[in-house]
Design a protein around this ligand. Sequence first.
Ligand SMILES: [Zn+2]
Length: 391
Amino acid sequence: MEIPLPEIEPLLSFLQDIIRIPSPSTRERGVVERVAEEMKRVGFAEVSIDEVGNVVGRIGSGSGKSLLYDAHTDTVGIGDPAAWSRDPFGAVIEEGVLYGRGAADNKGALAAMIYGAKSIIDADLDLTGDLYVVGSVQEEDCEGYAIGLLCRKSKPHAVLLGEPTNLQISRGQRGRIMLVVTSHGRSCHASSPQLGVNAIYGMNKVVAGVEALNSKLAQHPFLGPGSIAVTRIEGAGASLNVVPDTCRAYLDRRLTWGEDEALALSQVKEIIEEKGVRAEVETVIYEARSHTGYPCHKKKYFPAWLLEEDHPLVQMGARTVRRTLGYDPQIMGWRFSTDGVATKGELAIPTIGFGPGEEAHCHTTEDQVKIEDLLKAAQVYAQFAVDFLGR
Ligand SMILES: [Zn+2]
C-alpha cells in the first residue's frame, strides 16, 4: 500500500503555532507542550516528556529495530527586532514561503516529521520496529547534550537529524570545542607599571600564537580544515588605574576529522610554554537548568563526526529521496554543529541529516522555509521510516 501524501493545511497551521511560541534554549516548555499535544492528536502510540525536557513520540510495534528522528525545539534569539522585515514570531506566509524565527532551524523539520509519522499512522502501516520523533531541547546552547541523555538510555539503531540540508543528505560535520585561557600577572598602580606584571601583555603573546596556529591546522578532504579564533578577551583589574593581574581569552576551536579535545588543549599549552607566559588553558563548562529544572553540566567539547559515503544508512537515505522525490540527492556535510556530535560523535550511532530549509537562512532575520519543501520532507520522513524499519 502506498503511503498517502501528508496534509499540508494542518501541518502548516501547527508549524505556525510553534513558531509563534518563542522558545530560547532552556525556555522551550511552551513549544514542547504544544508538540506533545499535536503528537497525541495525530495518533502517536506513546508521547512523553523526559527528565531534561525533550518531547518524545513513538509509533510502531514496540519491539525490533528503532529509528530516531530529531529536530530541536529551541531557537536562537531574534537580536534587534527592527532588523526584521517581518515579525519574527508572526509566521507569515508569502508566495509559498513561511517566515519566522525557527522556520528553517529547526521547527519546520519537526512539523514535517510529525506529519510524516501521521501518514504512516493514517495508512495503518504496521512498522516492524519503532519510530521515535523527538523535539529536543537546548541544541543551540549545547548541541548533543539533551539528545545525548535520551539516546544513552533508548539506544536507537539509527538517527536522522532534521537540520536544514535543502532536501539533500548530510553525513557529517566538523566538531568544536570552547577553550578559555587565563593568564596571570601582578597588580600594581598603573602610574608605575614597571612595578607589576601586566596579565594582558602576557595574553597578547598567546593571542599572537593562536593567530599563527590557525593556518597550520589539519585538513580533511570532506570536512575541511580545523580552525581557531579568539572570540573574546576580558582583562580583570580592580579598576581602570590598576595593572590587571588576570586576563581571560576565549577560543572557538573547530575540529576536523582526527582532531580531539586532547590535541586542541595541547596545541594551546605548547603556545603558552613557548612564549613563557604564566597561564593555563581549559575547556569551558556548560551549566544550565533545563525547562524541567534538570541541572545540566557538560564540557563544551563536541566531537567531529562522519559517516562514509557508502555507509548503508547514507545509501538508504539517498535511495528513499530518489524514490520519493525523483532526484539523486547531493551527499554533503554541514558547516554548523548539530546534535550529531552526541549521536554519532559520542555514542557511535549511525546518523544522517535530511531537512527542509537552507543553512544560509539559519540564525538570520530571513529565517524561512518553503511550504513545498515541508511537504517533500514529510514524504521522505514517512518513506524512510518504512524503508529502514520494514513493515
Ligand atoms: Zn539547528
